[in-house]
Design a protein around this ligand. Structure first.
Ligand code: SF4
Ligand code: SF4
Length: 179
């Protein structure tokens, strides 16, 4: 970022402001894993972010233990696997295609829909993941109302926030990996 222009830096700051209000790609709502680099083993150790093997590759499991509420507590030092990912909404913000106010409203609405699902679904772990798994397994404890809330949250995320073509996303299949 040494050569970044003033406007580039401003855009970067705006995206980081959005991310620090969001956290959906860190809390397990979108993904279950973040790819990790073997060369960053010391950094992971220092940050308290264990590396596991996932499908033969190094990864960190989500939800991330360095997420507090919706904020990354190690944002400036976060590993490269974290830095590499920007969702579609963040990309649109970076390109100046949407305003910060719009992007924040989209994030807030996604959070509201996920919270509504969480209130209706008693499953463990990240609620979008666990409810999706329950739906795929035809778990009878997932009520019709909860199923509709799940579809509602997934639909909003797919349409407004996430890359629709990214098969690593949570909703389908549920074993997502970001990167
Ligand atoms: S989902 Fe997008 S806006 Fe939210 S934290 Fe991740 S990159 Fe940032
Ligand atoms: S280290 Fe920060 S950016 Fe990376 S997954 Fe954890 S909370 Fe998210």
């Amino acid at each position: 970022m040494d050569n970044a222009s003033g406007s580039d830096m401003l855009v970067g700051m705006t995206l980081s402001k959005l991310c620090l209000a969001c956290g959906l790609c860190c809390d397990g709502s979108l993904f279950r894993f973040v790819p990790a680099q073997e060369s960053e083993a010391e950094l992971h150790l220092k940050l308290g972010l264990p590396v596991v093997q996932q499908s033969g590759r190094a990864a960190m499991a989500l939800p991330c233990r360095r997420l507090s509420e919706r904020q990354c507590t190690v944002y400036e030092e976060r590993p490269s696997g974290c830095r590499a990912y920007v969702c579609r909404l963040g990309d649109e913000l970076e390109r100046g295609e949407v305003s910060f106010a719009h992007a924040l409203a989209v994030v807030r609405e996604a959070q509201r829909r996920i919270a509504a699902l969480a209130a209706a679904w008693p499953g463990e772990g990240p609620v979008v993941q666990s409810a999706t798994l329950a739906a795929l397994e035809a778990d009878s404890s997932l009520s019709d109302a909860a199923y509709e809330l799940l579809a509602d949250a997934r639909s909003w995320i797919d349409q407004e926030l996430h890359w629709p073509e990214d098969s690593r996303a949570c909703p389908s299949p549920p074993m997502g990996e970001r990167g």
